[in-house]
Design a protein around this ligand. Sequence first.
Ligand SMILES: Cc1ncc(C[n+]2csc(CCOP(=O)(O)OP(=O)(O)O)c2C)c(N)n1
Ligand SMILES: [Mg+2]
Length: 356
Amino acid sequence: MQLLTPEGTRLEHPDFHWDGSGDDLRGRLRDMWLGRRFDQEATALQRHGELGLWPPQLGQEAAQVGAARALAPADHVFPSYREHTVAMVLGIPMTQILALFRGCDAGHWDMQDRFRTYGIVIGAQVLQAVGYAMGLQLDGLVGADDESRNEAVMAFHGDGASSQGDVNEAYVFAASYQAPVVFFCQNNQWAISEPIALQSRIPLYQRARGFGFPGVQVDGNDVLAVEAVSRWAMDRARRGDGPTFIEAYTYRMGAHTTSDDPTKYRQAAEEEQWRGRDPISRLITHLRSIDEIDDAHLARLEEEADELGASTRASIAGLRDVDMEELFAAVHAEPTVSLASQQRQYTDFQSGFEED
Ligand SMILES: Cc1ncc(C[n+]2csc(CCOP(=O)(O)OP(=O)(O)O)c2C)c(N)n1
Ligand SMILES: [Mg+2]
């Protein structure tokens, strides 16, 4: 499904529509632009030794902005570890995410928050998302006549995660219980060094049919198409019509993480081909063609991005060092025997040094 070609031409689709003003289009551009800048700053901060690791989302801006813009205020998000632009669009404090990758936060975000803690264990959040969605049903928050009461869940996962057992169990439960969940799969063509061709013999969206719910493949670099499909799927879920699988067909333009070197396993020609499908430049081309943007607007956007970059760098100074005692205390309400033993080992290790 596509509403905006890589050349910036608007298409119509019989089932999916995106109707918005010039302001709305510029708003999507701003989200993608700032999301990209934050991600670039965080990547650079890792290179400066300020973060332990960073998973770049370069190239996936349209998929993330489209998905985030389709959410209603009461919807819930279960992310993996690359949804930085989703977090930004939802207004999550980005220092929270930097703190996690600096290793100075135990991940104890407010679990009542609609954007759950990043999950590094591949696919685990998808089961949690379905469990949560089933809970919404039990609470009577799905399919109510008063539509404003209804809530749904969006579960983010990758193409690689779709092979994980947990994720397939989640699909089965979601289908059996008609849970109000949208599986938003960013097929960025790679699971670290494993290409999608090894991951699945058929397009991922076709798998959904076997589980018993609709699957839609959308151009993940087309923000309008992603938003239209996501809105439709979330509306279905809230109404009580069950789960949907969305395959956002996109590309991870950067490395898997800052510990990865993609030149070891993929060809420069492939990267070049995807650069021609850049989600940001196609929206700019479209905006120019309908005379809804000019150079002055883009210059202001760049200024705003510079300010975001500066505040992102400055925010690192405000992050406190990790307190290991606090980390041990945050695992369980009562420490287990093995945890207490690990803590003793750590204390012994620390006392082997002369200085703090
Ligand atoms: C259970 C588990 N197995 C393996 C890993 C190591 N691992 C980290 S990312 C990754 C690949 C995930 O690929 P995909 O689902 O396509 O997401 P992407 O990184 O492309 O966004 C793997 C195997 C892990 N974190 N958790
Ligand atoms: Mg992937």
